[in-house]
Design a protein around this ligand. Sequence first.
Ligand SMILES: *Cc1c(COP(=O)(O)O)cnc(C)c1O
Length: 368
Amino acid sequence: MRTGPEPNAIVAALPAVTPFVGPEALERQMGAPFHLRLGANESLFGPSPRALAAMQSAAVGGYLYNDPEGFDLRSEIARVEEVSLENVCLGAGIDDLLLLTCRAFLQPGRVAVTSLGGYPTFNYAVAGCGGSIYSVAYRSDAVDVEGLAEAAQRTGATLVYLANPDNPSGSFASRSSVEGLRSELPAGCLLILDEAYADFVPRSERPVFDPEDPQVVRMRTFSKAHGMAGLRVGYALGPSSLMGLYEKIRLHFAVNIVAQAGALASLRDPEHVARVVGQMPSIRDFLSAECRKLGLSTLPSFTNFVNVDLGSPERSLRLLQELQRRGVFVRRPFAEPLNRCIRVTLAPIPTMQAFILELEAALGALGS
Ligand SMILES: *Cc1c(COP(=O)(O)O)cnc(C)c1O
């Protein structure tokens, strides 16, 4: 008999699920590739040409280890965000930083508060550390920010997670409501402000916090507006004490040399992100108008994706499957009330036109 070790009690109790099934896995199941990939809010505008050039030359130096302190990139982030170097920690995307945060603070018996049907990688990270999730339902298709504060107080939560703008709802909580949430946190509770889509809202509308506030960490990524999802780079902004904690447990070489160079070049080319972000309103209006012609409404969105309302979870699921059969990758939010929708990434107009044709045909196939 050969017997390997038992996993620890936390891991042994985990369900065998991942937060997302990737489009590649679906393609393998279907035996055919997607021809429209609008399900993961990747930027189909691509990265800045300057980031691309920087990454090509960085790849040549890839036989050397990357700078584990990511000094050049962190310095540029600190300059742009008007914080000090000690307030910045790099990670292989926000997902990496969420995992680190849960690892630093959670253990069995500790609670994390989030939105029901919110970004599932957070829940995945919480479960992996043995923490408990307490979920607050969406209200009027938006995050219930007051509900998060109330739940944090009632449960004595250690972590509160707010994505703002939010995925999958696309909603945006005002500066004053997020600052209000912060002021209502119980002592010993950390607000994780996931700002993956912050680039899509004007800076003046984002909440303002003291970078040394021990109860707030903000997270940003190059995966969305910067168009570098597969490069895996993001950062946390927070008090130097928290960055010091991350420093004790993070994987120091996680943000590779190509990603560091690309992110740095992208930050130095703000016009690229501004161009991408600037196109969102007209693309959003185009998609909404075309949907309206097909008898469908769309939800307001402050991001690079839009929810198309199918009226019921049954109908949105059938549409999702029909679109998938037609080679169109979109996603459907996981929970009520948003699971009556399909979530579509905003892309250049020709791609949106191709999507509308597929949507019309898929609706036809569903019947009424
Ligand atoms: C896309 C997304 C992320 C993923 O960020 P990475 O930096 O690619 O890990 C995190 N949070 C939200 C809310 C997202 O939609």
